[in-house]
Design a protein around this ligand. Structure first.
Ligand code: FAD
Length: 489
């Protein structure tokens, strides 16, 4: 590890990696530190996966500005990073007259947010676009540029690209303290050593209040988790929608939506539960029943019995709320990002530009890196390839002929690439999120042991040391059968 950096970014979620990639366009030594074993963040890998046009932001806010600015950059960024991005559009159907009245304000807000392409649509038009929407629909809004992405692949791709352009990633390294001298940032202490630096960018999401305090900042806010629970349905479920289906929001919550992910699964949720415990990642039957009930009001035929998994994410809920992005007031060299509660993936590209601009405005001399290469090639998916292309792939690399995950048709060649790329996979979940081994109907029941075996072989460590994700989450806990040797009784 390099023990010196110009800038240390704390947090390798959507926000931290977008900033890292943006900074790699300049000649600065950047180190991204994360306590997790992988990039992808906390909230950034477990959210609704929507890249929002910004139509429903509160007009005049920094969030609105960054959402609209980011949306304009996403099509090109997804193309450069070779990641799936589906501009499916969204429908917000109203089923009562009261809801129809609320649409008027949302339409006005969209205009105030400079999202001019939102349109009113009649009940007939909605049912033509989405026949599965409730027959009780009275009318609604059509939001054509709302899109879906694989948020984890976005972060991985940004990290890989940033790494190829010179950014260093230090994972499994929790920041334990920030050392200041004479009111300036001096160093960042991590569980893997100390990094000397003059600048720290705090992109630690749910934990950014704790990092701020380490730097002698942030006495005026706290961050609490707001949990959101989801269902993921089997790809073969009969009732699917092609647009995002938004409920009418209430003052408390945006409500539970339905969408088809870029991988073809229906996603239902999320809930909005205010908690104290930042490590509460459990899913609960009661709340999930509420997801089913609310989603059925919008799409009555949705088949929750086809759920293959449930998961939850914790929104970093800043109190008091609102985007806060800027240099510290007390400690020179400290830069904080907080309040990106429910839109941080959508706004991440704009945040990255905004941060760099603030550094420049503060007098930082950032020389262009003319060698910056914006392109990154994704791992070619065998399951998406034509028969001719599959034959070609197998001829070039016979491991493409060895299917490890039967549900998603993931081959050993893809898993090897996931492990050996820059910022590569070290755990079972890291493999799963990069190439989808274990995301199908059996949820890794079949391919899990094989993935452990491949990880152990490729990383040259015993299988007993392979983890699911976090510290201590070992996949194997001991032997259940003694090996019998010749001559044993
Ligand atoms: C249920 C739900 C639905 C959502 N839906 C959407 C959506 O559809 N569209 C959208 O745009 N946004 C959505 N969001 C919001 C979005 O997910 C977040 O705003 C965004 O992911 C925040 O990104 P981040 O990089 O700031 O934080 P995170 O992804 O949380 O990353 C922070 C990182 O900091 C690291 N870290 C923390 N403390 C330390 C430490 N001491 N040392 C080292 N590393 C540390 C963590 O390990 C983590 O990797 C949703 C969120 C949730 C939970």
């Amino acid at each position: 590890m390099n023990d010196r950096a110009d800038i240390v970014i704390i947090g390798a979620g959507a926000v931290g990696t977008a900033i890292a990639r943006e900074l790699s366009k300049y000649q600065v030594r950047v180190v991204v530190v994360d306590k997790r074993d992988d990039v992808g963040g906390d909230a950034s890998k477990s959210n609704s996966s929507i890249i929002c046009s910004g139509f429903d932001c509160t007009p005049g806010t920094l969030e609105s500005q960054l959402c609209v600015a980011s949306r304009a950059m996403f099509d090109r960024t997804a193309e450069e990073l070779d990641i799936p991005f589906r501009v499916c559009g969204a429908i917000m159907p109203a089923v009562t007259q009261e809801q129809m009245d609320i649409l008027v304000q949302i339409y006005r807000d969209a205009f105030e947010n400079h999202v001019y392409d939102v349109e009113y649509v009649s009940a007939g038009q909605i049912l033509q676009m989405e026949p599965e929407v409730s027959p009780h629909v009275l009318g609604g809004l059509y939001i054509p540029r709302d899109a879906v992405i694989d948020p984890f692949l976005l972060v991985v791709a940004e990290a890989e690209n940033a790494s190829a352009n010179g950014v260093e990633f230090l994972l499994d390294a929790a920041v334990t303290d920030i050392i200041t001298e004479n009111g300036r940032i001096h160093a960042v202490e991590t569980t893997k050593g100390t990094i000397r630096t003059e600048y720290v960018i705090n992109a630690a999401g749910l934990f950014c209040d704790e990092i701020a305090r380490m730097a002698g900042e942030g006495g005026d806010f706290v961050v609490k988790p707001r949990k959101g629970q989801f269902f993921i349905l089997d790809k073969n479920t009969v009732c699917k929608t092609s647009h995002i289906i938004y409920p009418i929001p209430t003052p408390e919550t945006r409500g539970k939506l339905l969408l088809q992910t870029v991988h073809g699964n229906m996603l239902l949720g999320p809930t909005a539960e205010d908690l104290e415990d930042k490590e509460d990642h459990g899913v609960t039957g009661n709340e999930l029943e509420g997801v089913e009930r609310d989603c059925r009001r919008l799409v009555p035929n949705i088949q929750v019995k086809d759920a293959i998994t449930q998961y939850c994410g914790l929104r970093p809920n800043r109190i008091p709320a609102g985007y806060h992005i800027g240099f510290g007031e007390k400690t020179k060299g400290y830069f904080g990002i907080s309040g990106v509660r429910s839109t941080g993936v959508s706004t991440s590209l704009g945040i990255a530009k905004y941060v760099v601009r603030m550094f420049q405005d503060a007098g930082a001399v950032l020389e262009r890196n003319y060698d910056f290469n914006p392109r990154r090639k994704g791992i070619e998916r065998f399951s998406d390839a034509s028969d001719e292309r599959r034959a070609q792939l197998i001829a070039e690399n016979p491991l493409y002929g060895r299917v490890v995950c039967r549900c998603e048709t993931v081959t050993e060649a893809e898993i090897l690439q996931a492990i050996h790329r820059p910022v590569g996979a070290r755990t079972v979940d890291a493999v799963k999120r990069r190439v989808r081994a274990g995301t199908g109907r059996c949820q890794g029941g079949f391919c899990g042991p094989k993935v452990i075996e491949i990880l152990a072989r490729e990383l040259n460590i015993p299988a007993a040391e392979i983890r699911k994700n976090l510290d201590g989450s070992y996949m194997l806990t001991g032997q259940i059968r003694e090996e019998k040797r010749c001559g044993d009784a």
